[in-house]
Design a protein around this ligand. Structure first.
Ligand SMILES: [Zn+2]
Length: 208
C-alpha cells in the first residue's frame, strides 16, 4: 500500500490551506491507499477524521507532529502528547511505552525544527523521513544517510500544507491496512520504503 504519512489539515494546523475533503480526493486521484494527518501539536481532528473515513471508505490515520525541544517528531498509536515542549528522548520514551511508532521528520531541513545530529543521541526512534516534501534534496539525502547508519525505517511523506504538495512523497508498505492499530503494527514489523510521485504514478525507491 502507498500512504502519505505527513499531512496538515487546516482545522487544527493554522498554517495549512487544505481540507480533509481535498486531501482524500487528491490522494485517491493519485492512487494512494490511505493518508495520515499529523497536525502541529494537535490530534484534534481525530473524531472528524474517523467519521469522514467511515463515510468515504478511505483510511485516515491521525497522529501528531510534536515539537520536542530538539525538533519535530511525528507519532502514531498514542492517546495523548505533552502540552509543553519536552526533550525528544522523553517524548520517544512515552511513544514506546504506549506501543506507538515515531519518526524524525525533516531532520536536516533548514528551519531549525529537525533533530539533526540528535538523531545519533536519541534511543527508541523508529523511522526517519528520508524524503520530506518541504525539505531540499540535499537535506533529504543527509537524512537517508543517517537513516541507513542507524538502521531505522525509511519514510517518505509530503508534509503538505497546500493541495499541490499532497502525495509528492509517500511510503510503501507491503500490506493494505484500514485501522490505525494494524498500521502501527505493520510499521513495527515490515521494511518500509519511500516512493516518489512521477506525474503519473509512484516510483518506490531505495536511493535517490
Ligand atoms: Zn509538518
Amino acid at each position: 500500500m502507498l500512504i502519505d504519512m505527513h499531512l496538515h489539515e487546516c482545522t487544527c494546523s493554522p498554517d495549512s490551506h487544505i481540507s480533509l475533503e481535498q486531501i482524500v480526493t487528491i490522494a485517491r486521484e493519485k492512487g494512494l491507499d490511505a493518508v495520515c494527518i499529523t497536525d502541529h501539536d494537535s490530534m484534534g481532528l481525530r473524531e472528524y477524521a474517523a467519521e469522514y473515513a467511515r463515510k468515504t471508505g478511505f483510511p485516515i490515520f491521525v497522529g501528531v507532529e510534536y515539537y520536542s525541544l530538539q525538533g519535530d517528531i511525528t507519532a502514531w498509536g498514542i492517546d495523548d502528547f505533552p502540552r509543553e515542549r519536552i526533550d525528544a528522548q522523553l517524548f520517544i520514551d512515552q511513544v514506546n511505552a504506549a506501543g506507538g511508532f515515531c519518526v524524525s521528520c525533516h531532520p536536516f531541513r533548514n528551519n531549525k525544527r529537525g533533530l539533526e545530529e540528535n538523531l545519533r543521541r536519541v534511543h527508541g526512534l523508529h523511522g526517519v523521513e528520508v524524503l520530506n516534501g518541504s525539505a531540499d534534496m540535499e537535506a533529504n539525502r543527509t537524512a537517508l544517510r543517517f537513516c541507513r547508519e542507524l538502521g531505522l525505517q525509511a519514510i517518505g511523506a509530503s508534509d503538505a500544507h497546500t493541495t499541490g504538495q499532497i502525495g509528492k512523497y509517500v511510503t510503501w508498505l507491503p500490506e493494505k491496512v484500514t485501522t490505525l492499530e494494524d498500521f502501527v503494527a505493520q510499521l513495527h514489523t515490515v521494511r518500509t520504503r519511500p516512493a516518489i510521485w512521477t506525474g503519473s504514478g509512484y516510483d518506490v525507491v531505495d536511493t535517490f
